[in-house]
Design a protein. Structure first.
Ligand code: KG4
Ligand code: ZN
Length: 357
């Protein structure tokens, strides 16, 4: 029998400090998280310098919490996984430094993980897991992509956004409607008070015949509609509902097309926008009609967290995609020779990880 692999994962790419422990036999053992939403709220968006400093403050206590709750001591940890990119450079550096220092001290590997690979595979953290291969819809603040996930480390890009990401469109539209940060959940909450269809917005690229997306025009259409009259809360709620419906209609339609094109019958939805209830409801219904099944990460793990980073580290290690031991070790000469051996990649296309075709 193959031995279990247990990995500690650290996420610090943006405004959440996350630390978790994942075991390939027993699953997620612990998951500690600190969200900086309250810290950045007053500024209407993430302030990078404040984010970095808060990661510094939170990370060590969170590591202790994850070890305690996972009833794990360092001797059981096979590797430290951390988000190497993409994200805010200063924020990423906090996690990368801590992970590499720990790994060097323990003589185990530090595994730099791509943040989107974490989101992509996060539905594997749910009790009902999809099996490879599947189609994945990645909908976050920075990305809107459809991918074919053949196996761990093998991803093919099927479609991408030509401009704004879906989450970005939610955030910008929320701002237009005078809602706070983060915009997605605030806009979704307002939408429940309104009715879609009273104000009509476009469904960009719905009939484009391919799997690409475009959301910048939708945001402009909201701006135009808002200028024509969004003076009451009722009208703003109707606009929010129609905006949400427009995004959901496009996402659902392209997901069905991707399932049809690949012949797969499993769809995985990952990234912050995957927390949207309306999207989940319409996607489940539409996929159900075609005999396909949709898988989501647990709701708490849709947004950024350490669990998905620990998961990717453990799966990559178990699949032999990563070395078991620290490259620098504790040997003084070797570590000097490799000084600067770790870094972060604020901009890092997923294509460089997963042999995207
Ligand atoms: O994956 P994520 O936590 O961060 C990255 O972008 O990597 O995603 C954050 C995005 C934000 O744009 C946020 O507004 C959006 O996900 N979001 C939502 C909801 N919850 C978060 N969008 C729509 N409905 C939601 N319930
Ligand atoms: Zn994310």
């Amino acid at each position: 029998m193959k031995a279990a692999t247990r990995v500690l994962g650290i996420e610090t790419s943006c405004d959440e400090t996350g630390v978790a422990i994942y075991d390939t036999e027993r699953g997620l053992l612990s998951h500690a998280l600190h969200s900086q939403i309250a810290l950045h709220g007053a500024y209407g968006g993430v302030v990078p310098e404040l984010a970095s400093r808060d990661h510094v403050r939170r990370i060590v206590p969170l590591i202790h919490e994850a070890l305690r709750e996972g009833a794990t001591d360092w001797s059981a940890i096979a590797a430290i996984a951390y988000t190497e990119g993409p994200g805010l450079a200063g924020a990423l550096l906090v996690g990368a430094s801590v992970a590499n220092a720990l790994a060097a001290a323990l003589g185990i590997a530090a595994i730099g993980v791509h943040h989107l690979e974490g989101h992509l595979l996060s539905p594997l953290l749910a009790p009902e897991r999809p099996a490879f291969p599947f189609v994945a819809l990645l909908v976050s603040g920075g990305h809107t992509q459809l991918l074919e996930v053949q196996e761990i480390g093998r991803y093919a890009l099927l479609g991408d956004t030509l401009d704004d990401a879906a989450g970005e469109a939610f955030d910008k539209t929320a701002q237009l409607l005078g809602l706070g940060y983060p915009g997605g959940p605030a806009l979704a909450a307002l939408a429940t008070e309104g009715r879609a269809g009273r104000i009509r917005l476009p469904r960009p690229l719905l009939h484009s015949g391919n799997l690409d997306f475009s959301f910048a025009g939708l945001k402009t259409a909201v701006l135009t509609a808002a200028r024509q009259g969004a003076d009451t809360r009722e009208k703003r709620a109707d606009l929010a509902a129609e905006f949400e419906q427009a995004v959901v209609d496009v996402l659902v339609s392209k997901c069905l097309r991707a399932l049809e094109a690949t012949g797969h019958r499993q769809l995985v939805v990952a990234g912050g926008v995957g927390a949207n209830h309306h999207l989940r409801r319409d996607l489940d219904a539409a996929a159900g009609r075609t005999g396909a099944r949709v898988y989501y990460p647990p709701l708490a793990l849709c947004t950024d967290n350490g669990a998905m980073i620990a998961l990717v580290g453990a799966l990559r290690l178990a699949a032999g995609l990563e070395p078991m031991t620290a490259p620098s070790g504790v040997d003084r000469d070797a570590s000097r020779a490799r000084s600067g051996a770790f870094g972060v990649r604020p901009r890092w296309p997923l294509a460089e990880v997963g042999k995207l075709s």
